[in-house]
Every structure is written in structure tokens, then in C-alpha cells.
Design a binder for this molecule. Structure first.
Ligand SMILES: Nc1ncnc2c1ncn2[C@@H]1O[C@H](COP(=O)(O)OP(=O)(O)OP(=O)(O)O)[C@@H](O)[C@H]1O
Length: 361
């Protein structure tokens, strides 16, 4: 693993601007020596991020806020993990605690088997992050100069990663703008430059908060494809949080859902979707009349009631028992079904189900 040239100043500079954060720690000389040993001894492991019993409280006494409560996670190399939770669930605090930007009250973080508290320089040498959807690329520098700069501050000779930069510029549709100053680019382009900068130094693990914010549909898709490619081909490990459930559902292998500081679900996207007991059912019938619609409204959560010349179109969100009840009710009223359609639950339905939240994140 390659050490960063000046991790402390980089971490502070980025953290101060609330933008990209390069996680790094203290830079005592003795630690450097210890790090070299640790780096030499570190075995490539399948688990790249291991979090054990992490806890973080803000304030004290009865007014204290428990932001992260006994969280344990283990993330494999090459995985793309989505981190979801309602506002205030503790996602940012968890990520910042993992990155060493917030000091947890309890628990441990190991990156590549290296204790991040004991040997931050070694642990974070190949970790990078884009936090709070913000950016702090150097607007006077060109796109390519930014990539070279961020490669350098992450301890990588920019000439040695020239091919990676070319590929990133190509894949993120930035090649035509490689020699343009960042300040002259559109907002979406700047976001892509920020992401490219995070990936420019050859990080093995990246934490991305709202990476597709401000991107048009095509750019967001390009980014998702590139993240999947980097994970599959280069073993990049990604922890991604986003309000955009489609992005998470499309790009992530696994989703961790937090609520009130705790992990309340941690599973593959397929398992979460398969485990959902939410069904959205659409029924159209000429037999729906005011009396029957009133009965249905009383008994079921009707999302849509669309009266037609004859009858109505009705949509309800129900669990399995509710689905059975609904069909039994329609049968009891001799309703002839002109059209029935069920819509498979998506990640957003699962999220609302699990968190009991109307909020989308
Ligand atoms: N520096 C701080 N001082 C005091 N309380 C804090 C601080 N940072 C976070 N909190 C509190 O900790 C809890 C978790 O906040 P956190 O920002 O980690 O949640 P989040 O899931 O990232 O939320 P969001 O989706 O809104 O960004 C919240 O109740 C928040 O108010």
C-alpha cells in the first residue's frame, strides 16, 4: 500500500471545506515506522472494512444524542454497499467515524486488517471519500491537472496512473474537457470531476455521499456503470449513500439500512426485495360503485381511486393478508375484474416498510 505524502494537511484542508475528505490521521514519526511494518505485514484480506461495536454520542446526560449505537459491519473487497436511513439515522456520523474524522466513543475500525485508531496512516492510505455531495477541486486548474494533483496528494506518482486518468476521463465523458479549467464547467461536470478526483489516486476503498447529485440521467448512468466496472475489474470497494433509491438499487450489491443509530437491515438487494411483503395491486372493474368504494376505503389503504364512466380503477398497497382480504372482499361483492395488475416492490417500498418512515433515503 502506498502512503500519502501529507495526509494530515490533506484531511484538514478537505474537511474544512466540507468537501472531499481524504481520511488520514496523526503523522508522528514513530507511527510512520510502525506503519511501514504494518504495511509490510498486512495480508490482503477479503474483508476490507471491519467495524466492530462502533458507538458515538453527542453531548452528555439526558440531552445526549446517540448518533451511532453499537454498529458492526464487515465489507468485502470489491463490494458496492449502499448506506440508507432516514434523516438523522446516523449515516454521516458512522461514515465519519469509519474515516477517522469523528472520534467514536467505543468500538473499532480496521481497514485491510489494520487498526485505524492505532495506525491511521497505514489504515487510510488507500481510502478516499466524497462527502455531502460537495466538491473542492481547484477551479483554476484544468480537469486533468486536478486529477494529477489529487493523485499526488494521495501519494501516487501521477505519471504512473496516467492510463487510469485517461480511462476515467473517457468513461465519465470528460475527455473533451480534460484541458478546460474546472471553473468553466457546468455543475454536473464539476460533480464528475470531483468523483474522478476521488478515484484519481488509485484508492481501494471510496466512500461516496450523493455521488449522482446534480448529474443528468445519462451522466448518472455513466457513473454507475463506471463504479460497477471499477468494483468488478479493479476490486474497488464502494460505500455509497444516496437519496436516490434507483441508484442504490441499480449499483449496489448490498444495502445497509440504519435507523436511530442502529443497523436495522443488512442484506443483498435481491434478498431485501424478495423479503418484502408489500404488494401494490391495481384493479379496474365496471362493478365498482360509490358504496363498494366506500367499503374498500374503510378497509384498505387505497392509493388511487379513479372513477370511470362505468366503474373505477383502484390501486392499493397491501401485505399478503391484505391482498387475500381484498380479493375475498371483491369476490363477496361479485365484482368482475376487468384488469388486475400487481407492481413488484422496489427498494423504496422496502425502505419505507423496514424503517416505517415516509421519508425517502
Ligand atoms: N456534531 C454534532 N453535534 C451534535 N449532534 C450531532 C452532530 N452530528 C450529528 N448529530 C446528531 O446525530 C444524529 C445522527 O446524525 P447524522 O448526521 O449522522 O445522521 P444522517 O443519517 O447522516 O442524517 P442525514 O440523512 O440528515 O444527513 C442526529 O440526531 C444529529 O442531530
Amino acid at each position: 500500500m502506498t502512503g500519502r505524502t501529507d495526509p494530515e494537511s490533506t484531511a484538514h484542508r478537505r474537511a474544512e471545506t466540507g468537501s472531499q475528505a481524504t481520511a488520514a490521521g496523526r503523522s508522528a514519526d514513530h507511527e510512520e515506522a510502525a506503519d511501514d511494518d504494518a504495511t509490510a505485514l498486512a495480508e490482503p484480506a477479503d474483508t476490507v472494512v471491519a467495524v466492530e461495536g462502533l458507538g458515538k454520542r453527542f453531548g452528555s446526560g439526558p440531552d445526549a444524542t446517540v448518533a451511532v449505537d453499537d454498529v458492526s459491519l464487515s465489507i468485502d473487497r470489491g463490494a458496492i454497499v449502499g448506506l440508507l436511513g432516514p434523516n438523522g439515522a446516523g449515516k454521516t456520523t458512522l461514515v465519519k467515524s469509519i474515516l477517522g474524522m469523528v472520534l467514536p466513543d467505543e468500538g473499532s475500525v480496521h481497514i485491510d486488517g489494520i487498526d485505524a485508531r492505532e495506525r491511521p496512516r497505514a489504515a487510510y492510505s488507500r481510502v478516499d471519500a466524497l462527502l455531502e455531495g460537495a466538491r473542492n477541486d481547484y477551479w483554476r486548474l484544468t480537469v486533468r491537472e486536478n486529477l494529477r494533483y489529487f493523485a499526488t496528494v494521495s501519494g501516487v506518482d501521477p505519471d504512473s496512473v496516467q492510463a487510469r486518468h485517461d480511462r476515467l476521463l473517457e468513461r465519465l465523458d470528460l475527455a473533451a474537457h480534460a484541458d478546460v479549467a474546472v471553473r468553466d464547467l457546468s455543475r454536473g461536470m464539476k460533480q464528475k470531476v470531483s468523483l474522478a478526483s476521488v478515484l484519481a489516486g488509485g484508492a481501494d476503498v471510496v466512500f461516496l455521499d450523493e455521488p449522482t447529485l446534480g448529474l443528468d440521467v445519462e451522466s448518472a448512468r455513466t457513473l454507475q456503470t463506471e463504479l460497477r466496472r471499477l468494483a468488478a475489474d479493479e476490486g474497488l470497494t464502494v460505500v455509497l449513500s444516496s437519496h436516490n433509491m434507483d441508484v442504490v438499487e441499480t449499483v449496489c450489491d448490498r444495502v445497509v439500512i440504519m435507523s436511530e443509530g442502529r443497523v436495522i437491515a443488512d442484506d443483498t438487494v435481491e434478498a431485501l426485495l424478495g423479503g418484502s411483503d408489500t404488494h401494490e395491486i391495481h384493479v379496474t372493474s365496471a362493478d365498482f360503485d360509490d358504496g363498494l368504494l366506500a367499503t374498500l376505503r374503510e378497509r384498505f389503504a387505497l392509493a388511487v381511486v379513479d372513477r370511470r364512466d362505468r366503474g373505477a380503477h383502484v390501486a392499493a398497497t397491501v401485505d399478503s393478508d391484505g391482498l387475500y382480504d381484498l380479493m375475498a372482499t371483491l369476490r363477496a361483492h361479485d365484482v368482475t375484474l376487468d384488469r388486475v395488475r400487481t407492481v413488484e416492490p422496489d427498494l423504496e417500498d422496502v425502505f419505507v416498510d423496514i424503517t416505517g418512515s415516509g421519508e425517502r433515503r
